[in-house]
Design a protein around this ligand. Structure first.
Ligand SMILES: C[S@@+](CC[C@H](N)C(=O)[O-])C[C@H]1O[C@@H](n2cnc3c(N)ncnc32)[C@H](O)[C@@H]1O
Length: 126
Protein backbone atom coordinates (compact mmCIF):
# COMPACT_ATOMS: atom_id res chain seq x y z
CA UNK A 1 0.00 0.00 0.00
CA UNK A 2 1.33 3.43 -0.84
CA UNK A 3 0.13 5.80 1.84
CA UNK A 4 1.54 8.30 4.25
CA UNK A 5 2.48 6.63 7.52
CA UNK A 6 0.56 9.31 9.39
CA UNK A 7 -2.70 7.79 8.14
CA UNK A 8 -2.03 4.15 9.07
CA UNK A 9 -4.58 4.38 11.86
CA UNK A 10 -7.33 4.88 9.28
CA UNK A 11 -6.66 1.40 7.83
CA UNK A 12 -5.96 -0.71 10.90
CA UNK A 13 -7.87 -2.01 13.90
CA UNK A 14 -6.79 -1.66 17.47
CA UNK A 15 -4.61 -4.54 18.75
CA UNK A 16 -3.51 -5.51 15.24
CA UNK A 17 0.18 -4.56 14.84
CA UNK A 18 2.86 -7.14 15.65
CA UNK A 19 5.68 -4.97 14.34
CA UNK A 20 5.80 -1.54 12.74
CA UNK A 21 9.06 -0.79 10.90
CA UNK A 22 9.94 2.84 10.25
CA UNK A 23 13.10 2.85 8.16
CA UNK A 24 14.98 6.06 7.40
CA UNK A 25 12.05 8.45 7.50
CA UNK A 26 12.69 11.99 6.36
CA UNK A 27 14.53 13.64 9.31
CA UNK A 28 13.33 17.16 8.48
CA UNK A 29 16.66 18.46 9.76
CA UNK A 30 15.86 22.16 9.85
CA UNK A 31 14.38 23.19 13.21
CA UNK A 32 11.41 24.96 11.67
CA UNK A 33 10.49 21.79 9.73
CA UNK A 34 10.77 19.26 12.56
CA UNK A 35 7.01 19.39 13.10
CA UNK A 36 6.74 17.31 9.90
CA UNK A 37 8.59 14.33 11.39
CA UNK A 38 6.48 11.20 11.44
CA UNK A 39 7.81 10.03 14.81
CA UNK A 40 6.53 12.45 17.43
CA UNK A 41 4.85 12.22 20.82
CA UNK A 42 1.48 12.71 19.11
CA UNK A 43 2.03 9.96 16.52
CA UNK A 44 3.36 7.43 19.04
CA UNK A 45 0.47 8.16 21.39
CA UNK A 46 -2.06 7.86 18.56
CA UNK A 47 -0.59 4.57 17.32
CA UNK A 48 -0.21 2.90 20.71
CA UNK A 49 -3.69 1.24 20.81
CA UNK A 50 -3.04 -0.28 17.36
CA UNK A 51 -0.20 -2.44 18.68
CA UNK A 52 -0.86 -5.85 20.09
CA UNK A 53 0.31 -6.35 23.63
CA UNK A 54 4.12 -6.29 23.36
CA UNK A 55 3.84 -5.35 19.69
CA UNK A 56 7.07 -3.77 18.45
CA UNK A 57 8.10 -0.52 16.86
CA UNK A 58 11.43 -0.78 14.99
CA UNK A 59 13.13 2.43 13.92
CA UNK A 60 16.31 2.96 11.89
CA UNK A 61 17.86 6.27 10.92
CA UNK A 62 21.24 7.73 10.02
CA UNK A 63 20.20 11.04 11.64
CA UNK A 64 21.59 10.97 15.19
CA UNK A 65 19.64 13.98 16.50
CA UNK A 66 16.34 12.51 15.26
CA UNK A 67 17.30 9.16 16.74
CA UNK A 68 18.05 10.67 20.14
CA UNK A 69 14.89 12.80 20.08
CA UNK A 70 12.71 9.74 19.40
CA UNK A 71 14.56 7.84 22.12
CA UNK A 72 13.75 10.67 24.57
CA UNK A 73 10.08 10.65 23.55
CA UNK A 74 9.79 6.87 24.01
CA UNK A 75 11.51 7.05 27.39
CA UNK A 76 9.00 9.68 28.54
CA UNK A 77 5.96 7.72 27.37
CA UNK A 78 5.00 5.06 29.90
CA UNK A 79 3.25 3.09 27.18
CA UNK A 80 6.46 1.90 25.45
CA UNK A 81 9.71 0.40 26.64
CA UNK A 82 12.89 0.29 24.56
CA UNK A 83 14.36 -3.21 24.57
CA UNK A 84 16.92 -2.96 21.76
CA UNK A 85 19.11 0.09 21.21
CA UNK A 86 22.30 0.96 19.38
CA UNK A 87 23.70 4.10 17.78
CA UNK A 88 25.81 2.01 15.38
CA UNK A 89 23.69 -0.83 14.07
CA UNK A 90 26.22 -2.40 11.69
CA UNK A 91 28.86 -2.67 14.43
CA UNK A 92 26.41 -4.01 17.02
CA UNK A 93 25.05 -7.40 18.01
CA UNK A 94 21.85 -6.46 16.17
CA UNK A 95 23.67 -6.51 12.82
CA UNK A 96 23.07 -10.27 12.69
CA UNK A 97 19.55 -10.68 11.46
CA UNK A 98 19.27 -7.07 10.34
CA UNK A 99 17.59 -6.86 6.95
CA UNK A 100 19.23 -4.14 4.86
CA UNK A 101 16.80 -1.73 3.27
CA UNK A 102 17.51 -0.20 -0.13
CA UNK A 103 18.61 3.01 1.53
CA UNK A 104 20.88 1.12 3.93
CA UNK A 105 22.57 -0.71 1.04
CA UNK A 106 23.23 2.62 -0.61
CA UNK A 107 24.78 3.85 2.64
CA UNK A 108 27.00 0.81 2.89
CA UNK A 109 28.42 1.60 -0.52
CA UNK A 110 28.99 5.24 0.50
CA UNK A 111 31.27 4.98 3.53
CA UNK A 112 28.83 3.26 5.88
CA UNK A 113 27.98 6.01 8.38
CA UNK A 114 26.61 4.85 11.76
CA UNK A 115 22.94 3.98 11.84
CA UNK A 116 20.77 4.27 14.92
CA UNK A 117 18.44 1.37 15.54
CA UNK A 118 15.94 0.86 18.32
CA UNK A 119 13.10 -1.48 19.07
CA UNK A 120 10.36 -0.47 21.50
CA UNK A 121 7.64 -2.68 22.91
CA UNK A 122 4.14 -1.31 23.32
CA UNK A 123 2.99 -2.00 26.86
CA UNK A 124 -0.57 -2.64 27.96
CA UNK A 125 -1.94 -1.68 31.36
CA UNK A 126 -2.30 -4.83 33.46
C1 LIG B 1 15.25 7.84 2.79
S1 LIG B 1 13.96 7.00 1.97
C2 LIG B 1 13.98 5.42 2.76
C3 LIG B 1 13.30 4.38 1.91
C4 LIG B 1 13.19 2.98 2.52
N1 LIG B 1 12.43 3.02 3.78
C5 LIG B 1 14.54 2.38 2.77
O1 LIG B 1 14.99 2.32 3.93
O2 LIG B 1 15.17 1.96 1.79
C6 LIG B 1 12.56 7.80 2.70
C7 LIG B 1 11.26 7.29 2.12
O3 LIG B 1 10.19 7.71 2.97
C8 LIG B 1 9.09 8.05 2.14
N2 LIG B 1 8.27 8.94 2.98
C9 LIG B 1 8.51 10.23 3.28
N3 LIG B 1 7.55 10.70 4.10
C10 LIG B 1 6.69 9.68 4.32
C11 LIG B 1 5.49 9.54 5.07
N4 LIG B 1 4.98 10.54 5.74
N5 LIG B 1 4.87 8.34 5.08
C12 LIG B 1 5.37 7.30 4.37
N6 LIG B 1 6.51 7.36 3.65
C13 LIG B 1 7.14 8.54 3.61
C14 LIG B 1 9.70 8.66 0.92
O4 LIG B 1 8.84 8.57 -0.17
C15 LIG B 1 10.95 7.77 0.74
O5 LIG B 1 10.63 6.66 -0.06
Amino acid sequence: MRERGEFLDEYLSHNSIDCLHINFPDPWSKKAKRKHRILSTEYLTKMHPFFRSEGKLCFKTDHLEYFQTVTGILNKLNSYTIDQYTEDLHQSKYATGNILTEFEMLFKSKGNPPIGYLRAKALREK
